[in-house]
Design a protein around this ligand. Structure first.
Ligand code: TEU
Length: 545
């Protein structure tokens, strides 16, 4: 049943390269997505968010676009993309495309022209600066390691690249560039797109190019003109299309900005992703480290954003993982035994999907796919991870220390092929997969999950159905409970005199609910265990009264 209010929608994220291969190339393609639309319809999702499928040299798996108007032939043709939209729409499923407009590939024609000479008409589409006595223009660091400025001998200047050296940042101060971006977005709206995810969109206004006493991100994040640019984008493209859903990926943002980004009166975006809750296992804020995640901090951040965005009149995107994050059942659940993996996978789903906002399910999350535990660098593919490997080696880390950190944090953890069945390559490809399939595919796969009424899949299916049907999940006030408890995640949703109590034990030991907790009412959803004050490891339930 297609929902009419986009706030009741659930989004399924597809990383096409790892989803389903129909040609034997070893990487997924658009026809592979079409083949699985009935499966996604069974799950019950409303939108599919496809990470970029535009023409790209694939240094960053599509986040380095070289032609915004063409589909990457590795994924298929524009006719295939047209058919995907038609087939999805026929099933009441909408398509959200990933638009990367903070930067392009250095293979993009604009950049090829831009680097030719200082007076080239495209020069100012990018950010070129003179060095500072042989040093880069500022001391900013790239998010993928190293300096954020790349020297280009041809014109004796540096260009800014907040990500990989093959991803050159666009100059949003240039009116002509912005007009080109809006024309391109309107092209895809006319093509039939139902929504957009905007990649690192809060980095487009760089502010002053000056040295930072940190690594620069405090200068270019949520920059001085970012809201002006987003409002202009809204007004020149999707702003007047009823129900058109947008989500902004906001790197290192603040609650205050996210309220501004998503308040309907400001005509910017529908919703935003922030990542603060996914840094609670970063030692001293550093990704490439290992430490047990801080559960109380996880709750504190999630509840801060739940309460803050609601009070501010904005809208959250809520998620545990995506193509940049490790698998949540390994990170915040427990993948050490099948029983604990299933129990904790369901617990994580119940905890997140009964919060307020638009839930995002990352491909394979619905069957509890785990981290990969690759134990040799040759198995890794992600540019960020490979850069990090070199940087940690240069810092003197041992091979085993680096591998342990990559097993814990690498983005490759979420990029292995979807495990469709227990056959060769998990049914993902008849060729050689571009990245190894997880070794547990014979135990964890879609075919097995569909046959097992007690699988994680059916918990996700039920949660999606509940969100479609129960207004309290979409509109109910969020009231955090037991905020300092070191094991239990608890909250209430309150609407029209009804209360939904959500309880989850995040620990691998029994946890005790205060005896004062009233557990009477209708059990809306649960995983394994008796509804009582003594919670089994990873037990979760929701009670409506
Ligand atoms: O990610 C933004 C970003 O900062 C990521 O690098 C991510 O937050 C980080 O890897 C987590 O440690 C977006 C895309 O999602 C990502 O896939 C791209 O690599 C990046 O932008 C550049 O386009």
């Amino acid at each position: 049943m297609a929902v009419t209010d986009w706030r009741k929608s659930v989004v399924y994220q597809i990383y096409p390269k790892s989803f389903n291969d129909t040609t034997g190339s070893g990487q997924g393609d658009i026809n592979g997505i079409i083949e699985k639309l009935d499966y996604l319809k069974t799950l019950g999702v409303d939108y599919l968010w496809l990470t970029p499928v535009y023409r790209s040299p694939m240094n960053d798996n599509g986040y380095d676009i070289s032609d915004y108007y063409e589909i990457n032939p590795d994924f298929g043709t524009k006719a295939d993309f047209r058919r995907l939209l038609d087939e999805a729409h026929r099933r009441g499923i909408k398509i959200m495309s990933d638009i990367v407009i903070n930067h392009t590939s250095t293979h993009h024609n604009w950049f090829v022209e831009s680097r030719k000479s200082k007076d080239n008409p495209y020069r100012d589409y990018y950010i070129w600066k003179d060095g500072d006595n042989g040093a880069p223009p500022t001391n900013w660091e790239s998010k993928f390691g190293g300096n954020a400025w790349q020297y280009d001998e041809a014109t004796d200047q540096y260009y800014l690249r907040l990500f990989d050296v093959t991803q050159a940042d666009l100059n949003w101060e240039n009116d002509k560039l912005r007009k080109e971006i809006y024309d391109m977005i309107n092209y895809w709206i006319d093509f039939g797109m139902d929504g957009f995810r905007f990649d690192v969109i809060n980095l487009i206004s760089k502010g002053e190019y000056k040295n930072s006493d940190k690594i620069g991100k405090e200068l270019y994040t949520d920059g001085p003109r970012v809201h002006e640019f987003l409002h202009e984008l809204n007004r020149n493209t999707f702003g007047n299309i009823p129900g058109f859903m947008t989500v902004g990926e906001m790197s290192s943002t603040t609650l205050e900005h996210c309220i501004k980004y998503t308040h309907p009166d400001r005509q910017e975006l529908s919703s935003v992703f922030n990542f603060h809750h996914l840094k609670v296992d970063y030692k001293e804020g550093e990704k490439w480290t290992m430490m047990p995640y801080n559960f109380v901090e996880l709750k504190e951040i999630l509840f801060k954003w739940q309460k803050g965005i609601a009070a501010g009149g904005g809208w959250n995107a809520i998620f545990w993982c995506n193509h940049d994050q490790p698998r949540v059942v390994s990170r915040f659940g427990n993948d050490t035994t099948e029983e604990l993996r299933v129990q904790s996978g369901k617990m994580l789903a119940i905890t997140l999907h009964l919060l307020q906002g638009t839930p995002y399910i990352y491909q394979g999350e619905e069957i509890g796919m785990t981290n990969l535990y690759f134990n040799q660098i040759e198995d890794y593919r992600d540019v960020e991870s490979l850069n990090a490997y070199e940087i940690m080696k240069d810092k003197g880390y041992s091979e085993s220390e680096i591998i342990a950190i990559l097993q814990d944090k690498s983005r490759d953890n979420s990029r292995s092929p979807v495990q469709w069945n227990g056959k060769k390559n998990a049914g993902f490809t008849d060729g050689t997969p571009w990245i190894n399939v997880a070794s547990n595919y014979e135990i964890i796969n879609v075919e097995k999950a569909l046959k097992d009424i007690n699988s994680i899949f059916y918990t996700y299916q039920k949660l999606i159905k509940l969100r479609h049907e129960q207004n309290i999940i979409t509109y109910g006030e969020v009231k955090p409970l037991l905020e300092e408890d070191k094991q239990i995640f608890a909250y209430e949703r309150i609407l029209d005199g009804k209360t939904l109590l959500v309880i989850a034990n995040f620990s691998d030991t029994q946890a005790e609910l205060p005896a004062t907790f009233d557990l009477d009412g209708e059990v809306m959803i649960q995983n394994d265990g008796e509804i009582c004050h003594h919670l089994k490891p990873y037990q979760a339930f929701a009670i409506l009264r």
